[in-house]
Design a protein around this ligand. Structure first.
Ligand SMILES: NC(=O)c1ccc[n+]([C@@H]2O[C@H](COP(=O)([O-])OP(=O)(O)OC[C@H]3O[C@@H](n4cnc5c(N)ncnc54)[C@H](OP(=O)(O)O)[C@@H]3O)[C@@H](O)[C@H]2O)c1
Ligand SMILES: [Zn+2]
Length: 338
């Protein structure tokens, strides 16, 4: 029986181990993908460290996947063997099924599981995906370069196009990491007045070279006051991994401004006066649908938005993961599979 390799987390807190498995056959609504590359996202820590309740192990993480369809299930329409595809997180809840209505959107009945979280993902040579999770990837996009667009990219691209800011408006990208370095490029290419905010000045030059017109060092000055000095932000794209840092910048919103909370930081405390006096909002945002992924890929290709990546072979998933978690990667870590 043909074999595949997968980098597996056996239980919360364990290290990656390589496993040989039989290549799986797709069910009726699934395709099998030969994986070419998979990005390593901070959200993979939910599986590796077991931060999300109710997860089932062993699990293969990975939700920034680019590969080629290798086999298709009996009821698949519109997809062919040989087509280049991408798979992202794909767990946007429908909002109206029984589970969503009762507050458990992570168990939505209409999404068939989050890639690499509740079903096996792309830290592997092969994976299965529901057809509804597939995004078409232009053949001339390099799989390793573009894999981060399937989560870091779509999340920030989509947050920006739903944040209410229009060309010329001031938007702050808070955090210059894997997500933030793409958010700066998307914001600048969408004609927004883009301000990057990060601690220290290490990443200032880079943020400016990506398109930021201003830079705020959140250690040297109060980031909320610094944004107000620039006129207030129509939107803050909050990608930092610290609740304290997010709390410290909410006051930088303009009247009717919105902070898009992307970083998974747990409890967040916001001063109500900073919101009601300005009709400002703090809103959570998850990545998006397969169609949003296609929009992100095409926008990136046409407008030359590129991720800066550090590349590791699949078998070095542990090292790659630790590098991503160290916060030192510039900027996205990607597993090159084949
Ligand atoms: N909502 C979604 O759909 C979605 C999708 C993908 C990822 N995420 C989440 O988004 C977050 C960012 O992911 P990423 O891959 O971009 O992470 P990353 O590359 O590690 O970047 C983290 C950023 O947060 C900053 N930061 C960390 N600790 C800080 C602190 N104590 N004070 C101020 N700034 C701090 C870092 O600043 P330095 O440069 O100074 O270290 C860096 O700019 C994660 O929580 C991830 O789980 C959410
Ligand atoms: Zn992700």
């Amino acid at each position: 029986m043909p074999a595949m390799r997968a980098m597996v987390i056996a239980q919360p807190g364990s290290r990656f181990r390589v496993e040989e498995r039989a290549v799986p056959e797709p069910a009726r609504h699934e395709v099998r993908i030969r994986v070419h590359a998979c990005g390593v996202c901070h959200s993979d820590s939910m599986v590796v460290q077991g931060h999300m309740p109710g997860l089932v192990y062993p699990r293969v993480p990975g939700h920034e996947v680019i590969g080629t369809i290798e086999a298709i299930g009996a009821d698949i329409d519109g997809w062919q063997v040989g087509t280049r595809v991408g798979v992202g997180w794909h767990s946007g809840a429908c909002g109206h099924c029984g589970r969503c209505r009762h507050g458990n959107s992570f168990a939505c009945e209409n999404v068939q599981g989050a890639t690499g979280i509740t079903r096996d993902g792309g830290y592997a040579t092969h994976m299965l995906a529901r057809a509804s999770a597939l995004a078409r990837v232009p053949e001339d996009m390099d799989p390793v370069e573009s894999a981060p667009l399937l989560c870091a990219g779509i999340t920030t691209f989509n947050a920006l196009r739903h944040c209410g800011a229009r060309p010329g408006d001031l938007v702050a990208v808070h955090g210059v990491g894997g997500l933030g370095h793409l958010a700066i490029q998307f914001a600048a290419r969408q004609g927004l007045r883009t301000v990057a905010v990060n601690r220290g000045r290490d990443k200032e030059q880079l943020a400016r070279s990506l398109g930021a017109q201003d830079y705020i060092d959140s250690e040297r000055s109060d980031p909320a006051a610094a944004l107000q000095a620039l006129g207030g932000a129509t939107a803050i794209i909050a990608t930092v991994t610290s609740a304290e840092a997010m709390q410290a910048i909410v006051g930088g919103l303009a009247v009717n401004g919105t902070m898009m909370v992307i970083g998974a930081v747990g409890a967040l405390t916001v001063n109500s006066l900073e919101l009601l006096g300005k009709r400002a909002a703090v809103k959570g945002w998850y990545s998006g649908t397969a169609v949003d992924s296609e929009d992100t890929l095409l926008f990136s290709q046409r407008n030359r938005v590129v991720a800066t990546n550090e590349i590791y072979p699949l078998e070095q998933a542990q090292t790659a993961y630790e590098r991503m978690m160290s916060g030192k990667a510039r900027f996205r870590v990607v597993l090159k599979v084949e």
